[in-house]
Design a binder for this molecule. Structure first.
Ligand SMILES: [Zn+2]
Length: 467
């Protein structure tokens, strides 16, 4: 038993040396601001997890191959263009060549940074470094702190800064959900810092946060709230994370500029705002509130995150753990009336698993993990084509229908972006289970796993670390 304790000690020491989690171990030097809300369950760092043969390992291998197939220069196409720099290759198809271009690059940077840690393959680190260097060239050419690939982005955000705001569900001054794409780029840079220790990435994302401050901080509430009528992704989440990393409270205060009354205000009052609303516009807001609660202890943020989760899971989710029909939530508790070819957008569950992980970290209950398991196996694993690693936008639940998978280069959508992240971050359930175990049970678990998997103890069952 002493030998086992020693092995655990080494592993925990190793874990503490890596900067890899948004709910970090104590003494993680990459996170300046400790959590105020007490964290009771931590995930293992990805570097401590190596998969044994399993559907998860297969999913990760297929995803790795696809990530290698994609070319960073093609994902960077409009970043170069918008910075006035020469392009190096052609642009990809689908939403990458439309109004949402750049969001895939953000997801890609997150995915390869996590895949580097999860697999130890240095090619992912090289690619992550290359992209950060190229984004730095773009940033230096633009000189505003901003980096982006959205068509007409300068005009869109200049108008916002001047208080000229026209905004609807997916439109902000003629742009397609521009804050959504800004969030993905910033999250990718945060992940490049946290998972590959790239300090340039941190500098770049901090400058983007400063640019965000200059663009929105002075807006009066009436205009700010008008702007937030347009989908804004997880801007509150990434800004709270930048506060946690830098210790600069300016970014925490800024994260609350992305607080809307019509969804978050309702959730704070424990009223269900979801019927008729676009589902995936709203899940990231709850993730941001969960992160804000962890960093501030603000009870209202906790209420928003937990009430959202219970409302979505218990009243708007299908049997596989997914939600939405044609991307929208409907009347609660009447899902049998909405079975179609377009149920369960996969991004929504990618985000619901992130939210679940946050909630479980400070309230480790079986209810959260039961949902996690259900959605992970029945939606996330099922969203990948087991032959070629391509992804589904929807998992259709209408009888007699079939899944439609993405094409490698021509049909980029949001669910391809979140899809390439899904299989790059498998984590371990063991440490999550620990709070419920007696000392004797833990010892037996250690003994069993050490003997069954000598030198490779960490079979894996969970993902969802990361941003
Ligand atoms: Zn999607």
């Amino acid at each position: 038993m002493k030998k086992i304790t020693a092995i655990c000690g080494v592993l925990f020491l190793w874990a503490a040396g890596w900067a890899q989690s948004y709910v970090p171990e104590k003494n993680n030097k990459a996170i300046m601001v400790p959590n105020v809300a007490p964290v009771k369950a931590y995930a293992f760092n990805l570097s401590n997890v190596r998969l044994l043969n399993s559907p998860f390992k297969k999913a990760m291998q297929l995803d790795s191959a696809y990530l290698m197939l994609l070319k960073p220069d093609r994902l960077l196409y409009r970043f170069y263009k918008n910075a006035g720099l020469p392009v190096k290759d052609s642009i990809y198809g689908g939403w990458e060549s439309e109004g949402l271009s750049g969001h895939t690059m953000g997801h890609y940077l997150s995915a390869i940074s996590m895949m580097y840690v999860a697999t130890g393959n240095n090619e992912f680190k090289k690619r992550s470094d290359y992209i950060v260097n190229e984004l730095e060239r773009c940033e230096q050419a633009r000189k505003t702190g901003y980096i982006g690939a959205i068509p007409n982005e300068d005009s869109i955000f200049d108008k916002v800064a001047k208080g000229e705001i026209k905004s609807g569900g997916f439109d902000l001054n003629g742009g397609w959900s521009p804050w959504y794409t800004v969030h993905k780029v910033m999250a990718g840079l945060c992940d490049a810092y946290l998972y590959t220790n790239n300090k340039r990435a941190l500098q770049l994302v901090t400058r983007m946060a400063d640019w965000t401050y200059n663009t929105v901080n002075h807006l009066p509430d009436s205009l700010r709230l008008k702007m937030l009528n347009c989908e804004y992704g997880g801007m509150n989440d990434v800004l709270a994370n930048i506060y946690a990393i830098t210790g600069n409270k300016k970014y925490l205060n800024l994260s609350y500029k992305f607080y809307d009354e019509f969804v978050m205000g309702q959730l704070a009052k424990q009223k269900d705002p979801l019927p008729g609303k676009h589902s995936n516009t709203n899940v990231p807001k709850a993730i941001g509130s969960a992160r804000q609660y962890e960093l501030t202890g603000n009870k209202s943020d906790s209420t928003i995150a937990a009430f959202f989760w219970h409302t979505m899971v218990n009243h708007h989710s299908y049997v596989i753990g997914g939600n939405s029909n044609y991307e929208y939530c409907g009347k609660p508790d009447s899902l049998s009336e909405r079975l179609s070819d377009a149920t369960c957008e996969t991004c929504n569950t990618y985000n619901m698993l992130k939210l679940t992980r946050h909630l479980f970290a400070y309230k480790p209950s079986a209810e959260y993990m039961d949902y996690y398991e259900r959605a992970l196996y029945n939606h996330i694993l099922a969203s990948q084509n087991p032959e070629n690693g391509m992804m589904t936008y929807f998992v259709p639940l209408r009888m007699g229908t079939q899944k439609q998978f993405s094409d490698s280069f021509h049909t980029f959508t949001c669910c391809v972006g979140s899809g390439i992240e899904n299989h790059s971050k498998w984590q371990l359930v063991r440490k999550f289970v620990y709070p419920f175990c007696t000392k004797m049970e833990r010892s037996w678990f250690d003994y069993f796993t050490a003997n069954k998997f000598p030198g490779q103890r960490y079979d894996t069952f969970l993902n969802t670390n990361g941003n």
